[in-house]
Design a protein around this ligand. Structure first.
Ligand code: NAP
Ligand code: G4F
Length: 351
């Protein structure tokens, strides 16, 4: 049997790490693009990594940045992947209001750099674009593949551009290029400034007596939160079909931020109202009020279905944070190391 080769951009992120696990488990050789930083940013994949001199090694990492198209093209030409999963992006919505140009360059144009490199090298690979429910923005729920886009942030605008670039390369050049339109998905590996992880960390730390309060913004927004480990299976299935298409991946159920907070705090026996304070710095200039995905096409065509909903997600994320704080249980769920940032890092306050 031929061994397939995959290239993952954003392998150091939440989804990249789960996808790398999935593909290695299926026997793939996996190449990941890592951007250079002054600190190590590979914590989420360290448990998968083996010395490249080891004949058993099947995960290989390469420096590269979405803003450097020449490097991306060079990697594609050298590695000749069968499947490219393009997950890298400036993925934080609030930060995209602070850095709209960088977000447009990396999250938007970064996709065209990859597509154009694939076209120019003539590589017959399949391409996955990490599209987002944030593209629907103000369009009322439930949202599905035909729902008009109305993005509400520079991030959403950049993702709409990348979505259409993917469709355009499919239509213009016959490429197997798909958009996975994923609704919010979370896990213990979620970045600590996204609301679910921020709240799960706070609930565990407050219960342990390490802090008293957590500051949040809009508690009324509703999100369709699923479990990231399940969503990467949907990505893989999209690239195993006879032809390319676009798919929504979601649970079909939404909860408010307030609901999620309540589930996290109740799980450790606390009343959230005693510990949550408002800070306007966490509000966005424009908000996405209500996201509820209709993933019936993914269920019908891909046979993909989620099993974890927000209340269970809240519990498993709080349990992982509690375990990370408990020396005897120091290996957090699914992770070889603890959080990539300290829970008191000033960076946590920025978004
Ligand atoms: P994430 O944890 O923020 O990971 C983003 C990845 O992109 C990281 O590996 C990051 O590297 C890398 N990256 C950022 N800028 C880069 C650049 N200029 N060059 C190269 N790499 C760069 O995001 P995620 O939650 O795994 O999401 C994966 C993808 O799905 C993203 O495109 C996101 O926008 C999209 N998406 C996510 C969700 C969700 O709910 N999670 C929903 C819909 C769509 P560092 O590790 O060095 O920061
Ligand atoms: O966790 P969030 O920052 O995620 P958001 O904005 O929905 O974006 C995530 O999901 C998108 C899919 O729809 C992805 F494309 C994107 O890459 C990212 O993964 O915020 C969720 C909600 C928002 O309404 C926000 O206003 O929580 C609200 N919120 C309230 N207080 C907060 C906070 N969000 C953050 N990050 N921090 C707060 O303190």
């Amino acid at each position: 049997m031929t061994v397939k080769t995959a290239l993952i951009t954003g392998i150091t992120g939440q989804d990249g790490s789960y996808l790398a696990e999935l593909l290695l488990g299926k026997g793939y050789v996996v190449h990941g693009v890592v951007r250079r930083a002054s600190t190590f940013n590979t914590q989420r994949v360290e448990h998968l990594y083996r010395d490249p001199h080891d004949p058993e090694a099947r995960l290989f990492l390469h420096y590269g940045d979405l803003t450097d198209g020449t490097r991306i093209a060079g990697l594609l030409e050298r590695l000749q992947p069968d499947e490219v999963y393009h997950l890298a992006a400036q993925s934080h919505v609030r930060v995209s209001f602070d850095e709209p140009l960088f977000t447009g360059d990396s999250t938007g144009l970064g996709t065209t750099r990859l597509l154009e490199a694939i076209r120019a090298t003539g590589l017959p690979c399949r391409f996955y674009q990490a599209s987002s429910s944030e593209m629907f923005g103000a369009s009322p729920p439930p949202q599905h593949e035909e729902t008009p886009f109305h993005p509400r942030s520079p991030y959403g605008v950049a993702k709409v551009y990348a979505y259409w670039a993917t469709r355009n390369y499919r239509e213009a050049y016959g490429m197997y290029a798909v958009n996975g339109i994923l609704f919010n998905h979370e896990s213990p590996r979620r970045g600590p400034t996204f609301v679910t992880r921020k709240v799960a960390m706070a609930a565990a730390r407050i219960k342990a007596g390490l802090q008293d309060v957590v500051y949040l913004g809009n508690l009324d927004a509703r999100r369709d939160w699923g479990y990231a480990a399940e969503y990467v299976e949907g990505m893989w299935r999209m690239l195993q079909q006879d032809g390319p298409d676009d798919y929504v991946v979601a649970t079909g159920v939404s909860y408010s931020v307030r609901d999620f907070v309540e589930h996290c705090f109740a799980h450790v026996g606390l009343d959230w109202r005693d510990h949550v304070l408002f800070d306007e710095r966490y509000l966005r200039p424009a908000e996405v009020d209500d996201l509820v995905g209709d993933a019936s096409k993914a269920a019908r065509v891909l046979g993909w279905q989620p099993t974890v909903r927000a209340p269970e997600l809240a519990r498993l994320m709080v349990d992982a944070e509690t375990a990370a704080l408990t020396p005897a249980l120091a290996t957090p769920v699914g992770m070889p190391t603890t959080s990539p940032v300290s829970a008191t890092s000033p960076l946590l306050e920025l978004a």
